[in-house]
Design a protein around this ligand. Structure first.
Ligand code: DP6
Length: 329
C-alpha cells in the first residue's frame, strides 16, 4: 500500500514532560503521563508517489510553507530510511479542533502522521515502536499513539523511550477546557523547556521529584482514587510552571484569565465539586473532573467565561486507520 489515513487524538499531560536530555532524539529528562482526549484530533493522509519531486504538505486545505513542509520531510525520512522507500509524499491533514478551543496540537499531528506513514511506507512497526517514531516529531506525540491514560517511559535510549497504555480512563473521567486565548504562543514549549533546563535553579528539583510523582499518580489510577490523581496532576503542572518562572529570562504563560480560571476551580472544590487544574505551555486552563460533573462545572464557569470558551471532552482512543468514507480530502 502506498497510501493511508490515520486519526490521532491529542493528549494532556497530568505528569508533565518538561526538558530534554537529548534534543536530536527527543529523549526526555523525566517520564510523564497523560490523558488522551476524545474531542480534539487530527486526521492525516499520506501517499508516497514516485511522480512527486518533493514532499507536499496541506494543512486544513492550505498548502504549507517550505519551512513547515521541511519538518514533515525530516520526519518522513525516518520512515523512508527504515522502509527503504525513496518516493516523496503527499500529506494532507485536517485538525479537528473546535475553533474556539485554539488548541492545535503537535501531539495529535505527529501521532497521526506517524500512523499514516507507518502503513503507507509498508514499514508496519507495532504501536510501541511507532511511539518512538512519533516522539521524534514532538515529545508529547509519543503518548497520543494510545488512548486513555498513557505513560511515556523516559527510557535509556531511543529504542526504549516509548509509550505504555496504563488504563482506559473509562471510570467517569473528563476534562473541561477553558480557552483563555487563541493566539499563537509567544515561547514554544520546545524553546521554553530548553531555557528552563539551561537556566532555572529549580529545574534539578523538577527532575528529582518527577519519578515519585509519576508513581503516586499511577497508584492513584490503579486505585481509581480521583482526588489523589487530581491533586498530583495539579501539583505537577504548578511545579513545572514554577520551574520556568525561575528561568532567566523568566517564562510566564499565565494570563489574568488563567488565574481567574484557577481560582474558580478552587472555589468549586470548596463547594464540594471534585476538580483540578492543569496548564501547558500557554494560558489555557484544563480542568480534570468527573465526566458526569463536567456539565455542572461548565455552567459554573459561565460566570467567568463565554460559552464558546468552554469545551467538555471525555477520554479519547488511540490511533486508528480511517476508512475511505471517512477520508475528507
Ligand atoms: C507542557 O511535546 O510540544 O505540553 O518535544 O519539543 O515538540 P517538543 O515539545 P512538546 O512539549 C509538551 C510540553 C507540555 C507538557 C506535556 O505535554 O507533557
Amino acid at each position: 500500500m502506498t497510501y493511508a489515513a490515520v486519526r490521532a487524538h491529542t493528549n494532556i499531560a497530568l505528569i508533565k514532560y518538561w526538558g530534554k536530555r537529548d534534543e536530536e532524539f527527543f529523549l526526555p529528562m523525566n517520564s510523564s503521563l497523560s490523558l488522551t482526549l476524545e474531542k480534539l484530533y487530527t486526521d492525516t493522509f499520506v501517499q508516497f508517489d514516485e511522480e512527486l519531486t518533493e514532499d507536499l504538505f496541506i494543512l486544513n486545505g492550505k498548502k504549507q510553507s517550505e519551512k513547515e513542509t521541511g519538518k514533515i520531510t525530516r520526519f518522513l525520512d525516518l520512515f523512508r530510511a527504515q522502509a527503504g522507500v525513496s518516493y516523496r509524499a503527499r500529506v494532507a491533514s485536517i485538525n479537528h479542533v473546535p475553533t474556539a478551543a485554539g488548541l492545535a496540537s503537535s501531539a495529535s499531528a505527529f501521532a497521526a502522521l506517524a500512523g499514516a506513514a507507518n502503513i503507507a511506507s509498508g514499514l508496519n512497526v507495532d504501536l510501541r515502536t511507532l511511539s518512538t517514531y512519533a516522539r521524534q516529531g514532538s515529545g508529547s506525540a509519543t503518548r497520543s499513539i494510545y488512548g486513555g491514560f498513557v505513560e511515556w517511559n523516559k527510557g535509556t535510549s531511543s529504542e526504549d523511550s516509548f509509550a505504555i497504555p496504563i488504563d482506559e480512563a473509562d471510570w467517569d473521567i473528563g476534562m473541561v477546557i477553558i480557552a483563555v486565548n487563541r493566539s499563537e504562543k509567544k515561547v514554544s514549549s520546545r524553546e521554553g523547556m530548553k531555557q528552563t533546563v539551561e537556566t532555572s535553579p529549580y529545574y534539578p528539583a523538577w527532575v528529582a521529584t518527577a519519578e515519585d510523582d509519576l508513581s503516586v499518580i499511577k497508584d492513584a489510577i490503579k486505585e481509581r482514587n480521583f482526588e489523589k490523581m487530581g491533586e498530583m496532576a495539579e501539583h505537577s503542572a504548578m511545579k513545572m510552571h514554577a520551574s520556568m518562572l525561575a528561568a532567566k529570562p523568566p517564562i510566564l504563560y499565565f494570563e489574568p484569565a488563567s488565574i481567574t480560571a484557577i481560582q474558580a476551580v478552587q472555589k468549586l472544590r470548596e463547594q464540594g465539586i471534585s476538580c483540578y487544574v492543569t496548564m501547558d505551555a500557554g494560558p489555557n486552563v484544563k480542568v480534570l473532573c468527573r465526566l458526569s460533573q463536567a456539565g455542572l462545572i461548565k455552567e459554573k464557569l459561565k460566570d467567568f467565561f463565554k460559552e464558546e470558551q468552554l469545551l467538555i471532552t471525555g477520554p479519547g482512543k488511540g490511533i486508528r486507520e480511517l476508512t475511505e468514507d471517512e477520508l475528507q480530502k
